[in-house]
Every structure is written in structure tokens, then in C-alpha cells.
Design a protein around this ligand. Structure first.
Ligand code: NDP
Length: 484
């Protein structure tokens, strides 16, 4: 039996740390509403200890050979895979996501990131620039202490997607999970220590936005990487900008998925299910505006409703379950508010949308049809299992409508005409796009957004640019000439 109760609230300088002076808050299991543990928000003493430890560890870590650093990360990846089941059970308690998902999408994705960045650590070189007799070279240097701030939907993955490239480049990190999901990142810290990371290299401090705000403005911090909503992103970005800190912002979205009349409908339905109902719809890149060609719309809706009826909702620890609860009462209320608004605005509720009468935070996944661009449910990020199906008549018009949003995280297209697929994707304003698929996020591929959905990229070689800086060195081989 996995004990999900954390050893202590924080993980600082290579060990668990408690400080009961911090504001207490409960860790609630979304599937039942039961309180699993109480943790404390980090006091200033805790954040100071974490930042001091990270500053110390960073100097020591950056002095190691990149290969030695990489080995710690790949060892951590191995330990994570060995402990996958235990970590998945903790992630399920943290978020409510079914074990069927967490066994394949959380610690495994975290391990992929640690393995990938551990593997490329010793290939992070500068370049030689010939200039006739003279020459120059560049040195790729770490930024220093980085702060990671996470959302509640993928706590293990978010911690690893930030820590892995940061540490590979020679940085240290202080990570603040969402107050809703404080458990999982502590395990990432524990595993990095076990893999040989020096004490203080990766610290976890708990708390609400106020603790995040304290970290963001601290002069010891060189970079801030946030996964969260656009509103929080704007606040954190401007606070970081005031001190000229580097930032990565992975924010929200209202992404379009375009289903043309020549699409394989069964595959398009699969994409729409993945892009709206996986993790109970609490995924930033979800394709929540599904534009379906009018001529195939009813067939699409019919298949969608039929397949949705086979979703197995229930105990998230039962591996047969494939649809779990919403993360919190607060988030459930927000989502149900959007369902009510969709009905008021005249959208057709095809199925679902009601709160389920059971302990915990449950609702039936919802599909709205006949949604128009001006409706609130088509404009705002809901962050729950609510799909809006909009009519599509013409390719150019659909592209213009798809782009008519301040967001720009993801976009998908379903068509068997590959020329159309590439043409349409090229015109869609989004960072992470899919052709005849949806929501794949392998570590080898850059992940990120355009417009208000964020800045910077996570994963792939692209992440290196956001966790390191170049020093240029000009080398004169002859005399230095001066005008006087
Ligand atoms: P929030 O924006 O509410 O919070 C994100 C994190 O920021 C939390 O840890 C939060 O702390 C913290 N925070 C809040 N205010 C501040 C502040 N002023 N200074 C520093 N930190 C602060 O997002 P949610 O947790 O509700 O997550 C859902 C959002 O995250 C959605 O918009 C979703 O699209 C986005 N997201 C984006 C992803 C991406 O990769 N693009 C992936 C996953 C989610 P606390 O909550 O504890 O108060």
C-alpha cells in the first residue's frame, strides 16, 4: 500500500523540511473529497533557506563536467521508471487522474525529460567563429538559480519538464507546485537526491501565489518558468521583467481542431476525445473548439456521443477507470458555471454537463453543438471536460475563425488530403500543432505557444536556449590597433 502522506511539507537542501509557522492547507483527494494530509505554506525562512541552498548548489553543480551532470539526470530517470507505480498512485491522489493515465503519462513523461536532457548534457557546447587571423568562441553558461512554478494538472511532469533542462544546463531550481497538488514534486526532489544531485540543487517549497510571488522577485533568482493561466502569467512575467529576469511562460489556451469533410471520422472522434476529455479535460493544449464540416457534423456527433457513453467513470485507482474527477470543488464550480452559460447562450447540449451525485468533485463530460464564435464557451478557457462543436463550411473562413482568439497554444487538423493538412496548419496561429492526431507531447519535440498563451519553449533542444546564455569571447592574434 503506497503511503501518499508526505514526509514533510518542503524539500530543501537535500532533505525534507517542516515549518509549522506557515499557513496550513489541506491536500484533498478529488475522487472522494477526503483530506489526505495537511501541509504548510513556505514562510520567508523556508524560501530563504531554499534560495540559499540553491545558490550554493548551483556553483558546485556548474563546476562539474556536463557528462557527470547528465549521469545524475539519467540515473534519476531510471529510478523514476522503477518507482513508476508508486509515483503514479501519488499523482492520482494529488490530481484525481485515473491510474490508467498516470501509469503512462506522468512519471514516465518526467523520466523521458530527465533521460533526454541527461543524454544531451555533454553535447551542450559553444561554437568557434573564424575571423581571418582572429577568431571568437562562445561558451554556453547556466543562468543561475531558476524558479519553477507549476499548475495542478500534471504536477510530476511539470516539475520534470522544468528541472531536466535547467539542471542539464548547470542551473539549480526552487520549485513551487500548485497548492492544489503539493505531493508529487516532493518525490521528484527525493529521486534527484537519490540519483546523486548535490543537496540544494532541486528544492520544493509549498504555498499559494504569494509564495510564488516572493520567489519571482528575489534577487537571487535569474529565471522564472511558470505553467499556469494567462492572468497569472501576465502578473509573473511583469514582476520578472522588472528585474530583467529570463522567463518561460506555458499558459492557457482555447485551441482549435478542424475536422474537414474528407477526414477519417473515427480518427477525428478519437482526436476530439483525447483533446477534450483526457485528464477530465484539464489540459492546457486541449482542442476545445472543434470545427466540424457541416456535411459530417451529425455523424461526428453521433459517434462522439456513442463512444463517450462507454467512458468508465469511477474509482481512479481501478485501472479500468478512464475518466476521473475534477481536481477541486472550486474548479468544478467554474466548469459547471460555463456549462450553464453555454445553455443560456443557446448552444445545444448533446450530452453530459451535470454534476454527479457522489462524494468528491465529479461531473459528466459535456459536448455542446451549434456553438457560435461569440459564445462565452467558445471564447474562454474552461479547463474541464466541455467540448464545443462549431460548424465549418469553408477552409479560409475556418482558419480565420480559428485564429480569432488571443490564445495560441495548439491547433489540430483532421483531413486525408495531406496538401490541405499542411496548408491549413501553416496558417494557424499556434505553437504546437497536430495533423491527424491530437495532444502528443514527446520530449523530442518543442512544446510552447504563440500570442498570449506563452513565451519560450519547453522540451527538445529548443529548451536549452531558455536555460542557458552565451558568453562571446573575441581573440585577437596580432597587435591591438588604436586611433591614438
Ligand atoms: P494558475 O495560473 O492559477 O496558477 C499557476 C501557478 O502559479 C500556481 O502554482 C499558483 O499558485 C501560482 N501563482 C498564482 N499567482 C501567482 C503570483 N502572483 N506569483 C507567482 N505565482 C503565482 O493556474 P492553475 O494552477 O489553475 O492551472 C490551470 C492553468 O494552467 C490553465 O490556464 C492551463 O491552461 C494552464 N496550463 C498550461 C500549460 C502549458 O504548458 N501551457 C500546462 C498546464 C496548465 P496557487 O495555485 O497555489 O495559488
Amino acid at each position: 500500500m503506497t503511503d501518499v502522506k508526505p514526509t514533510a511539507s518542503h524539500y530543501v537542501d537535500g532533505k525534507y523540511l517542516e515549518d509549522a509557522d506557515g499557513t496550513p492547507f489541506d491536500v484533498i483527494y478529488p475522487a472522494t473529497g477526503e483530506t489526505l494530509a495537511t501541509v504548510h505554506a513556505a514562510t520567508k525562512a523556508v524560501t530563504d533557506a531554499a534560495l540559499d541552498a540553491a545558490t550554493r548548489a548551483q556553483a558546485e553543480w556548474a563546476a562539474l563536467s556536463p557528462r557527470s551532470r547528465g549521469r545524475v539526470l539519467t540515473d534519476a530517470a531510471r529510478i523514476m521508471r522503477e518507482r513508476n507505480r508508486e509515483l503514479s498512485i501519488i499523482e492520482t491522489h494529488d490530481t484525481g487522474k485515473p491510474l490508467q493515465e498516470t501509469l503512462v503519462a506522468d512519471a514516465t513523461s518526467g523520466a523521458d525529460a530527465l533521460e533526454y536532457f541527461g543524454g544531451i548534457a555533454n553535447g551542450l557546447t559553444g561554437e568557434h567563429i573564424p575571423l581571418g587571423d582572429d577568431w571568437a568562441y562562445t561558451i554556453r553558461e547556466p543562468l543561475g538559480v531558476c524558479v519553477g512554478i507549476g499548475a495542478w494538472n500534471y504536477p510530476t511532469q511539470i516539475a520534470c519538464w522544468k528541472a531536466a533542462p535547467a539542471l542539464a544546463c548547470g542551473n539549480a531550481m526552487v520549485f513551487k507546485p500548485s497548492e492544489t497538488t503539493p505531493l508529487s514534486a516532493l518525490k521528484v526532489a527525493e529521486i534527484l537526491t537519490e540519483a546523486g544531485a548535490p543537496p540544494g540543487l532541486f528544492n520544493v517549497v509549498q504555498g499559494m501565489g504569494e509564495v510564488g510571488g516572493r520567489l519571482v522577485t528575489d534577487p537571487r533568482v535569474a529565471k522564472v518558468s511558470l505553467t499556469g493561466s494567462v492572468g497569472t502569467g501576465k502578473r509573473v512575467y511583469s514582476a520578472a521583467a522588472a528585474e530583467m529576469k529570463h522567463v518561460t511562460m506555458e499558459l492557457g489556451g482555447k485551441s482549435p481542431m478542424l475536422v474537414f469533410d474528407d477526414a477519417d471520422i473515427e480518427n477525428a472522434v478519437s482526436g476530439a476525445i483525447l483533446g477534450n476529455f483526457y485528464s477530465s479535460g484539464q489540459v492546457c493544449s486541449n482542442g476545445t473548439r472543434v470545427f466540424v464540416h457541416r456535411s459530417v457534423k451529425e455523424r461526428f456527433l453521433d459517434r462522439l456521443a456513442t463512444r463517450l457513453a462507454t467512458a468508465k467513470l469511477g474509482d481512479p485507482l481501478d485501472e479500468e477507470t478512464n475518466f476521473g474527477p475534477i481536481v477541486s470543488q472550486q474548479q468544478l464550480d467554474i466548469i459547471l458555471g460555463y456549462v450553464a452559460r453555454g445553455k443560456e447562450d443557446g448552444a445545444r447540449l448533446v450530452t453530459g454537463g451535470e454534476r454527479l451525485d457522489r462524494p468528491g468533485f465529479w461531473m459528466a463530460p459535456a459536448i455542446f453543438a451549434d456553438v457560435t464564435d461569440d459564445m462565452t464557451i467558445a471564447r474562454e478557457e474552461i479547463f474541464g471536460p466541455v467540448m464545443s462543436v462549431l460548424d465549418l463550411d469553408d477552409e479560409d473562413e475556418a482558419i480565420a475563425r480559428a485564429n480569432n482568439t488571443p490564445y495560441g497554444l495548439s491547433a489540430g487538423v483532421y483531413t486525408q488530403n495531406l496538401a490541405r493538412a499542411h496548408r491549413v496548419i501553416r496558417k494557424l496561429h499556434a505553437g504546437s500543432c497536430f495533423i491527424n492526431s491530437y495532444n502528443d507531447a514527446p520530449v523530442e519535440v518543442p512544446f510552447g505557444a504563440v500570442k498570449q498563451s506563452g513565451v519560450g519553449r519547453e522540451n527538445a533542444k529548443a529548451a536549452i536556449e531558455h536555460y542557458s546564455q552565451l558568453k562571446s569571447v573575441y581573440v585577437r592574434m596580432g597587435d591591438t590597433e588604436a586611433p591614438f
